[in-house]
Write a protein that binds this ligand. Structure first.
Ligand SMILES: [Zn+2]
Length: 453
């Protein structure tokens, strides 16, 4: 079998040859995009019904050869719990069993291909339970092209980009970073300072690298803007982009105050939906050529464009190995088909809420980014769900596990992270439970800062 490096080089080359085709579709009219979606939907339904017992059952008597977007409303909603519980029956390749996929992901956190072609992305999100998304070769090529095609027209300056996401290739942002880092035709020179480092280390690394561009979780970018205001961070980025959680007004204001630039906010997720901004601000274009997105309310009933929706049901038109048809994303959004001043006919997310991970701030303004705590917790493969409550000098951590878990070691790892962030003598308690409290929406409240309980 080919080495990881040669597979990576070959797939990177495939992405850069796909890029032109993918970019051209940004200029398509709404009608042409709709026709493309219908054709791709029919092919997807045909493939899913023919190769997967679970999908054959779910599609019922729907005829793939004449199906339209409107017919999707007749099909059941697919939740993350369904996808995990019925994993083996919802893939179209019998080699992709839950046991194989999970074991491969645990043994190869470096992103090694499964069977020389599949890429695996873990989703722990704010939904609690961990699941795995499988991308076959061409599906990953389509996704990777999707994440960079918009940058050509965004006016982003050349020069060094600092990336501040989680560093683990098992998560989508880390996986894309690892994929593009070192690519001969990479979109930019990159320096990676994982959000899992203590804040003073990130500040020091940025001062040394002196990047022209910054990308990261909104809450991390906000902490850095505040560090700049305090004079500890001395970079002058000309372009800032965020994704992974809600970009609040406070984040935008902090960035503007620190560096006099506006934030480009991007929506991306492990399921493979990636919406891109055409200008700084809240508006993001959906990939209308590659996904169907249905805005719905609490009861999965359609919400008209222009009105706030409680959830999105996503049908990925380019994922075949593990089809996602009406997959529930619990992101509250408002979608719009109003023409965009930029001329792109792809519909837009005009408002996006929820999904804020944030940071715990302690006495003296010392902060620990929650993503760094999350990564330390998920480094233990026994941990499947967790909840972290901030306490005055540390945290109370509750974990649900699927095997033996060394809570002492886990607590020590978290305390070390806090000490490195400047919190003196942190007090961390870890306990194991078989049930975690859930929010009314069914979402697990993974991080609870002091004063919000
Ligand atoms: Zn636009």
């Amino acid at each position: 079998m080919d080495s990881h490096e040669s597979l990576l080089a070959r797939q990177q080359a495939d992405v850069f040859s796909e890029l032109l085709r993918s970019s051209r579709r940004l200029a398509w009219s709404a009608d042409r995009l709709a026709a493309e979606r219908t054709a791709r939907l029919r092919a997807l339904l045909q493939h899913a019904a023919a190769r997967s017992a679970g999908w054959k059952e779910r599609l019922g008597d729907l005829d793939p050869s004449t199906a339209t977007e409107a017919d999707l409303a007749r099909l059941p909603v697919l939740t993350k719990t369904d996808l995990t519980a019925d994993f083996d029956r919802l893939v179209t390749d019998p080699a992709l069993t839950w046991d194989r996929v999970r074991t491969h992901a645990e043994r190869h956190p470096d992103g090694t291909y499964l069977d020389g072609r599949f890429r695996l992305v873990a989703s722990s999100g704010t939904g609690g339970t961990r699941t795995h998304h499988v991308y076959d070769w061409d599906e990953w090529v389509a996704l990777a092209a999707l994440t960079i095609r918009w940058r050509r027209s965004s006016g982003a300056p050349d020069g060094l980009m600092a990336s501040l996401y989680a560093d683990s290739p098992v998560h989508i942002s880390g996986a894309l970073h690892a994929f593009f880092a070192g690519a001969a035709a990479a979109p930019a020179r990159l320096v990676h300072l994982p959000a899992t480092l203590a804040l003073p280390e990130i500040v020091g690394g940025l001062n040394t690298a002196d990047p022209d561009r910054l990308q990261g979780y909104p809450s991390m970018v906000q902490l850095l803007a505040l560090e700049a205001g305090a004079g500890r961070l001395r970079i002058r980025p000309r372009w800032v982009s965020t994704s992974g959680e809600q970009c609040t007004d406070a984040v935008r204001a902090a960035v503007r105050a620190a560096w006099q630039v506006d934030v480009y906010d991007v929506f991306g997720c492990s399921e493979g939906v990636y919406a891109f901004p055409c200008a700084p601000g809240r508006s993001m274009h959906l990939p209308d050529d590659l996904v169907i997105v249905e805005p719905v309310d609490h009861h999965d009933q359609p919400v008209p464009l222009g009105r706030p929706a409680h959830k999105l049901l996503v049908t990925s038109l380019y994922r075949r190995a593990q089809p996602l048809i009406r997959y529930e994303l619990t992101d509250a959004t408002t979608l719009s088909d109003e023409p965009c001043p930029c001329g792109c006919a792809h519909r837009r997310i005009v408002d996006l809420r929820g999904r804020s991970v944030g940071a715990f701030v302690y006495a003296g303004g010392r902060a620990v980014h929650c993503m760094s705590l999350a990564t330390a917790l998920l480094a233990d493969p026994a941990v499947v769900e967790y909840q972290v409550r901030q306490t005055p000098r540390g945290a109370l951590v509750t974990v649900a596990t699927n095997g033996p878990c060394d809570t002492g070691a886990l607590g020590a790892a978290l305390a070390l992270l806090m000490r490195r962030s400047g919190i003196p003598d942190p007090d961390v308690v870890v306990r194991v439970t078989d049930r975690l409290d859930r929010l009314w929406s069914g979402k697990l409240r993974q991080f609870e800062p002091l004063g919000t309980a």
